[in-house]
Design a protein around this ligand. Sequence first.
Ligand code: GLY
Length: 567
Amino acid sequence: MNMLLRSSFLAFLILGILQYFNAPANAQVTYGKNGMVVSDNVLASQVGIDIMKKGGNAIDASIATAFALAVTHPEAGNIGGGGFIVLMKANGEVTTFDFREKAPLNASPDMFLDTEGNLVENSNHQGLKAVGVPGTVAGLYLAHQRYGKLPWKDLVQPSVNLAIEGFPMPWGLYQVALNLAEWDESFDIMTNYFRNENGDIIQPGEIWRQPALGNTLSLIRDHGHDGFYKGPVADEIESYMKANGGLITKKDLEKYTAVERQPLKGSYKGFDIYSMPPPSSGGVALIEMMNLMELADLSSIEFNSTAYVHLVAEAMRRAFADRAEHLGDPDFNPEMPVDRLISKEFAQMRLENMDMTKASASDSSRFGQLYDGSSTTHFSVVDKDGNAVSLTYTLEHSYGVGMGSSKLGFIFNNEMGDFNPQPGITTSKGQIGSDPNQIVPEKRMLSSMTPTIVGKDGKPYLVIGSPGGRTIINTVFQTVLNVLEYNMRIDKAIEAMKIHHQWLPDEIRYERHLMSPDTRQALEKMGHKLRPVNNLGVLMGITYDPILKAYVGASESSSKEGAAVGY
Ligand code: GLY
């Protein structure tokens, strides 16, 4: 590393130490005139801001932030998983990038079943057969080729520095490190993940270095897409898979491509909503529910009232039933009725079979009749020219499959668990068996990630997204509603009480202590089942304040090291 890079990295490290131990509390509202990054880790947000200060645009900042999160937020930040980008350009045009993982060439619809055709418990989430062909490096590289401004190397370098020079262990990761120490040896890479050369768990404030990951990132910095999908990294992925019962080969890696897709577009009371099309179900379900809310006219329904929770839960029930029946990878399901599902006419029909006085039934046998018709991370970025990026990417579970070659230093996803594992079997617990999301070689598994940008007069008004599996769709939906309908400031909108209904199981999950006992009782009388959960969503959002002419950002308080950084 030359002297200049080294001294600027040293300054960055000192800033990092100060930020970790004097970090602005997350969920604290932050303002910026020229740009903002809101991510699950303060160092990664700062990397994005530094890139913008060097002349990079929002896509450049997002690429650098994504690689930095792979080092500083390894439970979900990744190069071994996949995700989606929604990009609004300064001229108001919107596009998306799909870098969702794919089923390997040797995968099959019954690969997780026993000889009797039953799902072998956890087999679709545990062990290397659960790994989808990673898409993150391909997606970031394609986005850079199409819309990046600064050289690729400059965007990957900060993550190489973070991995090789290290950064102070934050308290949140230290808590995880204590838990991981209990994991058994089958999670090979994880047993030493947070340990120093002496085998001791890195203490809070002690520098944590990841030399193997730094080396892999250097190859990606120097060779771009091919640094991951060809050469020594691909060779090692194949031999690690072969040695440990995985399916992914060099051919899978060579064949993997990311795709630029048209966004889904909806509207709500004069705002334009842009979100991710299939293979994510997020955009379809979000727009379907926003249409329902517009028609139901919330202006006389108070936030958090019984009528509000009932209406929102019934909208969720319907959108999730449609998701289960119709959605999958568009490259394998050319007939998906996406335009119909996001139309105002369809929402009108959905509203007509909703009873405002009682809960409906989530009956899986009624596909096509009534329903006619754990860990991820999100960050939001805006730049001074008005480009905006909403990026959600994932390893599926927290730390994915918990396995990876220690020569490469990164963890693989367990995204095969997002396919429907047992053809034809839909259960009241929420396992779906419909056709569009069955396992087929090279197919992308259905996702719930919902990176979203709301525009007003061709400019970004709200940039938002969240982790949380199927709950993502609903936490993003409610936050969009909180901003557009209830006029909440972004920090209030992301912290406000949220619920989750996903059709099956037929229950409303609500955030413990945030729904009044009276409301719960009234909902139960209407026939709803209720279940408390500790938290829903880890939202990262940015809005534009036209009076201040500034961006306003906040990360949800449930994020351990998240922060909005503006300038
Ligand atoms: N793995 C979470 C999702 O894609 O929805």
